[in-house]
Design a binder for this molecule. Structure first.
Ligand code: FAD
Length: 462
């Protein structure tokens, strides 16, 4: 085998591309999901080019060393968590926007580009890259691709996979696979692009992506509706969907979320007046079309018992409501640490899910806030606990699992956008069944026969 793996990595990357100082590598051991297990990496490597990624993969393959690809580490499933002795491959130095082609409405980017940087860059060409996870100001496109990230825009514009045309992926033997196309349509062969999107770094390392862009939407109008019960808010969501209205955003916050944000931002959102749920909706249809859409949503909310339905076309005011929505997770830190679930249920069952979460909260004795993307049924029940208390951690895990159980029972899925990672492996088996699992494992074995890409994520080690 010759030189040690660390020596080989230093030859490939230079000394500043290989980090072994435990004080520094500690920051790359895990992502933002406190429940998931993590190990101690042998090294953290920071490639700048696809060729370096290929050489790292080949060197690790020769030594049988696992590789955990990593973007910004904002994930909420433990998918980027290190395993003992692995190489954590951080892609943030590969952060070039290589091309913006307004005539074909596409962009070609490296994986380390931060989501917001891409959105800002394409906006200068009056173009729009829709996927907008709430972490958009620090998560990377590579992480978004590997988790098939969603966000607030999904109700109208879909998830990450709906904006991807093609990928470059370094495979387990170091070869470079090109998937997809630059054209609007194309059906040549299996849809390998969609296979890699959402594969959580278990099948290969994404080094480049061709992304579909849209025309920049009109400035949005915003509607906020307050409800005295979650059932009424859930009914309003169903009514809007049934009436064929497609808002560009439709978010829900329950009473616990509202109270936390009010405390955190020192603002008033309605919790003091007995508000059980807020719906925040936007239309980016522009002009009269937006007014018609928001009027119809307002009417649907009032018909379902909204106590207030307020519409604004003032951008700053609309932005203030979105800031409140995006602030829920940090706001919950006023009570303790948080861990968030990611169940997605049929949109007709949202109220039942929120009520189920209230029961779980009462049973385990921990605060559970529910916030989520009501327009697509993707809810983030978030459990607040005392991180210094081992008992609380056990209770939090119990609540986390009970909520997944409720979500599945309502005909939902255990993850709408955060992924399986290391925290929902057993639940993946529950959801997809033995034949689904066998098919997953067959794909993994075909593409990564030695099992070196992100072992222990997606499924347990065999
Ligand atoms: C406050 C907060 C709000 C959030 N809101 C949302 C939201 O609204 N919607 C949503 O979907 N998510 C949300 N997330 C979760 C998280 O931001 C997303 O999962 C995001 O896509 C992760 O990107 P990242 O760059 O941080 O990836 P990481 O966390 O570093 O990695 C995520 C996964 O991608 C893999 N990976 C990373 N780069 C590559 C690559 N180049 N090739 C192959 N695999 C790779 C990793 O191995 C891992 O499996 C939120 C997180 C936080 C902390």
């Amino acid at each position: 085998m010759g030189a040690s793996l660390l020596d080989q990595l230093r030859t490939i990357l230079g000394a500043d591309g290989v980090v072994t100082d435990p004080d520094v590598t500690a920051g790359y051991r895990r992502d933002m999901m406190p429940l998931a297990p993590h190990g101690e990496p042998l090294a953290v490597v920071l490639p700048r080019t696809t060729e370096q990624v290929q050489e790292i993969v080949r060197a690790c393959a020769r030594h049988g060393t696992p590789i955990v690809p990593r973007g910004a580490g904002s994930g909420l499933s433990g998918a980027a968590n290190a395993v003992d002795g692995c190489v954590v491959m951080v892609l943030t130095r590969m952060n070039a926007i290589l091309e913006i082609d307004p005539d074909n409405r596409l962009a070609v980017v490296e994986p380390g580009v931060v989501n917001l940087d891409l959105r800002d860059a394409v906006a200068k060409h009056c173009l729009f890259y829709p996927p907008d996870p709430s972490s958009y100001d620090w998560c990377t496109i590579g992480g978004n691709l590997a988790t098939n990230a969603g966000g607030l825009c999904c109700v109208k514009y879909g998830v990450t996979t709906d904006s991807v045309l093609g990928l470059e992926v370094v495979l387990a033997d170091g070869e470079l696979l090109r998937t997809g196309r630059r054209t609007v349509k194309g059906v040549a062969g299996y849809d390998l692009t969609r296979l890699f999107v959402g594969s959580e770094g278990t099948l290969g390392v994404i080094t480049r992506a061709t992304l579909a862009l849209r025309p920049l939407p009109q400035a949005p109008g915003t509607l906020v509706a307050a409800f005295g019960s979650t059932a009424a808010a859930g009914a309003a969501v169903s009514r809007v969907i049934r009436e064929g209205i497609v808002p560009s955003l439709m978010e829900i916050m329950d009473a616990v979320s509202i109270a936390a944000v009010e405390t955190h931002l020192k603002t008033e959102l309605g919790a003091g007046r007995g508000c059980a749920a807020l719906l925040i909706c936007q239309s980016d249809a522009g002009g009269e079309a937006a007014r018609r859409e928001l009027a119809a949503i307002g009417q649907a909310c009032r018909d379902c018992g909204a106590e207030l339905a307020y519409t604004t076309y003032d951008l700053a005011e609309g932005q203030m409501f979105l800031t409140a929505r995006r602030a829920v997770l940090p706001a919950l830190e006023v009570y303790g640490a948080w861990m968030t679930d990611d169940v997605c249920v049929p949109r007709t069952r949202i109220a039942e899910l929120i009520e189920g979460c209230a029961r779980v909260s009462e049973e385990v004795g921990l605060r559970v806030a529910v916030v989520g993307h009501a327009g697509d049924g993707n809810m983030h029940p978030t459990i607040v606990y005392d991180p210094t208390s081992p008992d609380d951690l056990v209770l939090a895990r119990r609540a986390f699992d009970q909520i997944l159980e409720i979500g599945l029972g309502l005909g939902g899925t255990v993850t709408g956008e955060h992924g399986i990672g290391k925290v929902r492996r057993e639940w993946l088996v529950r959801e997809i069944g033995p034949i689904g699992l066998r098919t997953h494992r067959a794909l993994k074995a075909a593409l990564d026969p030695a099992g070196l890409f992100n072992p222990g994520s997606m499924f347990a080690l065999q």
